[in-house]
Design a binder for this molecule. Structure first.
Ligand code: CA
Length: 218
């Protein structure tokens, strides 16, 4: 198994890494959140041991970005406080398990092993329609053979339209699925995002407006 240890206390990080190497895992160490994200972007880790209390890029942020990037790595979060709210926050952000400091190395190793054995989530299917290919796992969009760089919201709106398989999708539905509950339905956010999406997908137009109903990709 390939494991990434993220911990800013160098002595602890190295001790965890040593212990896991004894268990025959391939182990990399990152001493801060930014370095962790860089490594995770390059390497396919089975498990990330992630200290929650990191300087600069907080452990929660690292966890969130890993999940958003579609990383298949399981996250074991290390929390110092051991407070219920901390654990819940970590799990909500996509951590798969947590361990409260101080911990026994043997327990950490056992949990890493258990996480690594867990079946991976099913890879979301690639969506194709009207010459557009959207790969949710890789977060890539192509129109025919042209790569289309999209912002997060544009990507999410396009995914919703493709999933509808030709049926119109209302602005309300898009607001609910792509924005959060704080989104103001009167800001025109959906309209603006569709406008930008159309511009990036270029001609001939693929996203139709269905008057009074919403948008669709026929
Ligand atoms: Ca720390």
């Amino acid at each position: 198994m390939r494991v990434l240890v993220v911990e800013d206390e160098a002595m602890l990080a190295d001790a965890i890494a040593e212990w896991l190497r004894e268990e025959t895992h391939a182990v990399d160490v990152a001493y801060d959140g930014a370095a962790a994200l860089e490594r995770a972007a390059v390497n396919d880790y089975d498990v990330v041991v992630l200290d929650r209390d990191l300087p600069a890029v907080h452990g929660d942020e690292v966890c969130r970005e890993l999940v958003e990037a579609g990383s298949a790595a399981r996250v074991l979060m290390l929390t110092a406080a051991g407070e219920v709210t901390d654990r819940v926050a970590g799990l909500r952000l996509g951590a798969d398990d947590y361990l409260t400091k101080p911990f026994a190395f043997a327990e950490l190793a056992a949990r890493v092993l258990a996480l690594g054995r867990r079946s991976r989530p099913a890879v979301p299917p690639v969506l194709r329609r009207a010459g557009i290919t959207l790969d949710p796992a890789r977060r890539e969009v192509f129109r025919d053979d042209r790569y289309v760089p999209l912002a997060k919201k544009e990507f999410a709106v396009l995914a919703e339209l493709l999933r509808a398989e030709g049926a119109p999708v209302s602005a309300e539905h898009l607001l609910e699925k792509v924005w959060d509950e704080h989104a103001d339905p009167f800001t025109g956010a959906v309209r603006l995002t569709v406008l930008r999406l159309r511009r990036k997908l270029a001609d001939p137009p693929v996203v139709e407006t269905v008057t009074g109903v919403g948008y669709r990709i026929p």
